[in-house]
Design a protein around this ligand. Sequence first.
Ligand SMILES: Cc1cc2nc3c(=O)[nH]c(=O)nc-3n(C[C@H](O)[C@H](O)[C@H](O)COP(=O)(O)OP(=O)(O)OC[C@H]3O[C@@H](n4cnc5c(N)ncnc54)[C@H](O)[C@@H]3O)c2cc1C
Length: 300
Amino acid sequence: MTTHAPQVAQTAPTVSLPVTLDEAVAALAAMPAAVPVAGGTDLMAAVNAGLLRPAALVGLGRISEIRGWQYLDGHALLGAGLTHARIGRPDFAALIPALAAAARAAGPPQIRNAGTLGGNIATSAPTGDTLPVLAALEATLIIAGPDGARREMPVSHLLAGMDMLRGGELIGYVRVPLLHAPQVFLKATGRTGPGRALVSVALVLDPARRGVRCAVGAVAPMPLRPLEAEQWIASLIDWDGGRTVVPEALAAFGEYVAAACIPDPAPAEDGSPQQLPPGVLHLRRTVAALARRALGRALS
Ligand SMILES: Cc1cc2nc3c(=O)[nH]c(=O)nc-3n(C[C@H](O)[C@H](O)[C@H](O)COP(=O)(O)OP(=O)(O)OC[C@H]3O[C@@H](n4cnc5c(N)ncnc54)[C@H](O)[C@@H]3O)c2cc1C
């Protein structure tokens, strides 16, 4: 037996349990090595995999102000601590149906009972189910910083890395417009039963702006918005009548979205067309099928 093996102290992390958002921000400022933890479903997976060993934790689970929602100027202000289970309930589904559908698809029940909206956003995994919905809704984040400071940024800026959470900041709320129109979230897992998304599609109608907004998740590091396809289909919808389009337009929309998210490969040097690899082609067909179905459901 060697006596030279390093002796790593396995001390338990210091845990702080603030009850307000500003106390949580202050706790992070007081312990710069501390990591915030909400439901712990992503964080503890990283700890268990040996990827992370936080010296201190700031638990967000007792902050009641971020565990509900309120109405504000045609928007809903969603607390970052809302769990997927709560978001999936019928009263919330009546408010923001696509977000409720995404939350219901976000893992098995024990994960949805603990996992939160804020954790899903902060982790920013390509397979995060709420992320395409928030991108399609053009939601914004309200970030809490030191000394009661609040700043707002589009969710898409965080997901694209155009803006970051600064040290000691927390996601406090998510501001989502209430569109009072059909919206759909669909997810393909590539297997039977629940699982991480292979492809997800969120589609919302915005009748006031005569707009269709769509975001595709899981095929890229962040949700993708096929803006030209959105504008094209919006121009074909009979907004003053029954909000219908011809069936061929549904299929063409699916193809348009899929080609925007997974483009054809560049031609070879001799100019001959290149094929997508079979796995990527399957992904593209799945995007097309989900986008077509999502639009069909939203307009039905
Ligand atoms: C078995 C399993 C299945 C899963 N399936 C799915 C799935 O199908 N779909 C899906 O989308 N996700 C899935 N997840 C991932 C996970 O459950 C979600 O991402 C969940 O929303 C994370 O929330 P949390 O509260 O548990 O985050 P935590 O684990 O508590 O935190 C995650 C990260 O976010 C940070 N954080 C948390 N809250 C805040 C805040 N308010 N401000 C700033 N930073 C914050 C933490 O510091 C940490 O870095 C799965 C996880 C597991 C273990």
